[in-house]
Design a protein around this ligand. Structure first.
Ligand code: IMP
Ligand code: MG
Length: 178
């Protein structure tokens, strides 16, 4: 098993790039059908959602608008629960179908915070598109509309996901070694 070291921790290869791309492609198709001819606004949740959004956009077959938001919520390998809105949407979201492009939904704290804030922009709806999801860690009632790959409650890096900012540029996803 291929291993890498980031800061003080060792990670092992967990999900190969090809499998991730397949999931992204499938998500793009499902969301396209869901949008049903309407022109969606994709809100990319920075920084983690950037790599996912890049491949998602390339596989999205219809017209769409990309916009970016940034929320800071994590420090190290544990969710802190403290949250800050660092970048707000720049597009007018009023009356429009909005899809959040998230790298991962873990506890759901970030998601709840973002949905609460986004309501003020009066979108037609906000649906959630998350590449990864940790169902065991999730403690919110908010249903996730589109999930690419469910994983156990272990810390991962790669394909946009970081461990204290390192690892985002890895093509594959790696899991923290026990
Ligand atoms: P939540 O608020 O606990 O759902 O955490 C969501 C955010 O925490 C994600 O957008 C990620 O930035 C980060 N995060 C959660 N789990 C992981 C992980 O396993 N690796 C890297 N970042 C993660
Ligand atoms: Mg992060």
């Amino acid at each position: 098993m291929e291993q890498i070291k980031l800061h003080d921790k060792v990670f092992e290869r967990y999900i190969p790039h090809a499998q991730i791309l397949e999931a992204v492609q499938e998500l793009a198709g499902r969301v396209y059908e869901d949008a049903n001819g309407r022109q969606p606004v994709f809100l990319v949740v920075l920084k983690g959602g950037m790599v996912f959004a890049t491949d998602f956009a390339k596989h999205y077959p219809g017209d769409m608008i990309l916009d970016f938001i940034r929320v800071k919520s994590y420090s190290g390998t544990r969710s802190t629960g403290r949250m800050e809105w660092l970048i707000e949407p720049s597009e007018n979201l009023e009356g429009r179908p909005v899809y959040l492009l998230e790298d991962i939904v873990d506890t759901g704290n970030t998601l709840a915070f973002m949905l609460d804030r986004l309501a003020a922009y009066k979108p037609a709806y906000v649906k959630i598109v998350s590449l990864f999801h940790k169902p065991e860690a999730y403690h919110k009632d908010i249903p996730l509309d589109f999930v690419g790959i469910e994983i156990p409650n272990k810390f991962i890096v790669g394909y946009g996901l970081d461990y204290d900012e390192l690892g985002r540029n890895l093509k594959d996803v790696y899991q923290l070694k026990a």
